[in-house]
Write a protein that binds this ligand. Structure first.
Ligand SMILES: Cc1cc2nc3c(=O)[nH]c(=O)nc-3n(C[C@H](O)[C@H](O)[C@H](O)COP(=O)(O)O)c2cc1C
Length: 474
């Protein structure tokens, strides 16, 4: 892997230290979600029930689509501050419900918009390139936004993979950003405004490859043919979208933060020559389509009930085993035997890594979210040293989001309550455990809780989660 130039890596180390620092973000006014920018005919994804076609309609409906007729539910997938910055571009080869070609996915209408033809040698199945738009997350979280954007992209990749996983699905979290952009027919961040003025830049971070039934994943560089294809259609003005410049936070400080986050994510995703490692995704038993459809993050006040150790061990093992390229996971519990617990690979019982109740410290490290100190269990992903190279920073956060998303689906299927935890400050877990400081930081978390027995049939349902965008604002 080519090394990043010294100036750039210094810039990265500073950005990482800043995101992990106690400095409180300057947040701009809330930026509403903007209308879907691509025009052209809106095409249904179900393909008229073609046998053996990739089940793209179901995979997207259970992961990224705005749920129809469910008040307060924005997407099936979780997202920091409920801001949902992830977009999907569909690169369809043979064996898909729509004719081969590039498409932009509209999550509101759950339809695909054609953006251009497919190369003659397109690999079979659907490549879904996941991008992020950063404006809303930066407006809310300032200098803490960029790790959250990576985590969000990881959650989205997991949601899509889990939804598609009864079929053969491969996920890459490390393909070169330039190749991902070229494959999706998108300009790089630095060129976006020049090429497509007035539209919001998207930064590609990950991809999933959904294979038709019985089709082997025979291509070693499945994005290459797409990346060689001429650029695809630009986002067009739509009658309902208007042609105005995108709404962005007005302050100069936030505009600077926007530019810097785009530059940073573009730099983190740069991996020249890297075709991507495509790991197969697996849906943990007993996760069903219904679990993916109904998954919610429980309200913080509903997360204080302890959970059975065997269920904790199963969810922790799922988080730890979700990706071979991901960070390690431990669980903090309180009660009669408080401690930090791990699950060694391939085994079910929990091992004690350290004794004592770490949850109050975790609550302090997670932007002072006090409810964490009483959570049934707090799973945390850790690694990503202060001087980590770009590929490790990108990979740790994407894979931690992917693992937390998979673990949250598993927890849902096991009847547990859960909530991801994204902002971590000064969370040097290694140093707290007596190791050298700076080498082992918390990058993501997932709170878990059991469900108390209901005394009466008519016990009220748990309160809904706090309104979008408010709950984890430090
Ligand atoms: C990357 C990420 C970080 C998050 N961080 C927090 C957090 O620190 N505190 C919190 O209360 N919720 C957090 N959440 C949960 C979101 O607020 C929640 O997913 C969002 O409100 C949507 O609700 P839902 O998960 O029920 O669909 C996080 C979610 C994600 C995906």
């Amino acid at each position: 892997m080519p090394q990043a130039p010294p100036v750039a890596s210094d810039f990265l180390a500073r950005a990482l230290a800043d995101a992990r620092s106690p400095r409180v973000p300057h947040s701009a006014p809330f930026v509403p979600e903007r209308p879907f920018p691509w025009g052209g005919p809106a095409l249904s994804l179900d393909g008229g029930g073609a046998v053996k076609a990739v089940e793209l309609e179901r995979a997207l409906r259970l992961s990224l689509a705005v749920p129809a007729g469910t008040a307060g539910r924005l997407r099936p997938v979780a997202s920091a501050g409920a801001l949902h910055p992830v977009r999907a571009h569909l690169l369809l080869g043979p064996g898909c419900p729509l004719p081969p070609g590039r498409y932009a996915y509209d999550p509101y209408a759950h339809r695909a918009h054609g953006r251009g033809p497919a190369p003659a040698d397109a690999p079979p199945g659907a490549m879904v390139v996941l991008t992020v738009t950063v404006t809303r997350t930066v407006a809310q979280y300032g200098h803490r936004a960029w790790p959250l954007l990576l985590l969000d992209a990881g959650h989205a990749a997991a949601a899509l993979a889990l939804a598609a996983a009864p079929g053969d699905v491969r996920v890459s979290l490390d393909a070169d950003g330039a190749e991902l952009a070229a494959a999706a027919g998108l300009p790089r961040a630095a060129e976006w405004r020049g090429r497509w003025p007035g539209t919001e830049p998207e930064l590609p971070l990950a991809a999933a490859w959904l294979l038709p039934e019985g089709e082997p994943a025979a291509h070693s560089r499945p994005l290459a043919a797409w990346a060689a294809q001429r650029p695809a259609a630009a986002p067009g003005p739509r009658p309902d979208a208007g042609t105005a410049r995108p709404r962005e936070p007005a302050s100069v400080r936030n505009l600077r933060e926007l530019a810097s986050v785009r530059h940073l994510l573009d730099h983190l995703a740069a991996a020249p020559g890297r075709a991507g490692t495509w790991h197969p995704a697996r849906r943990p038993a007993p996760v069903t389509d219904d679990d993916l459809r109904t998954r919610r993050s429980a309200a913080p006040s509903d997360l204080a009930h302890p959970l059975a150790p065997d269920l904790l061990a199963r969810v922790l093992a799922t988080a730890g085993g979700a990706r071979p390229d991901g960070p390690k996971w431990v669980a903090a519990v309180g009660g009669e035997a408080p401690g930090l617990l791990t699950v060694p690979p391939g085994t079910a019982p929990l091992d004690v890594l350290a004794s004592g109740d770490a949850r109050p410290t975790l609550a302090r490290w997670a932007a002072g979210q006090r409810w964490i100190a009483a959570a049934g269990a707090v799973l945390v992903a850790h690694g990503c040293p202060a001087d980590a190279p770009p590929a490790l920073i990108r990979g740790s956060h994407l894979a931690a989001g992917y693992a937390a998303g998979t673990a949250q689906a598993h927890a849902t299927a096991l009847g547990l309550r859960s909530r991801p935890i994204g902002s971590w400050q000064q969370a040097d877990l290694g140093a707290a455990l007596g190791e050298a400081p700076g080498h082992d930081w918390i990058v993501h978390g997932l709170a878990l809780a059991g469900t108390p027995e209901r005394p009466h049939e008519d016990t009220p349902l748990p309160a809904p989660p706090p309104p979008p965008g408010k709950e984890e604002r430090p």
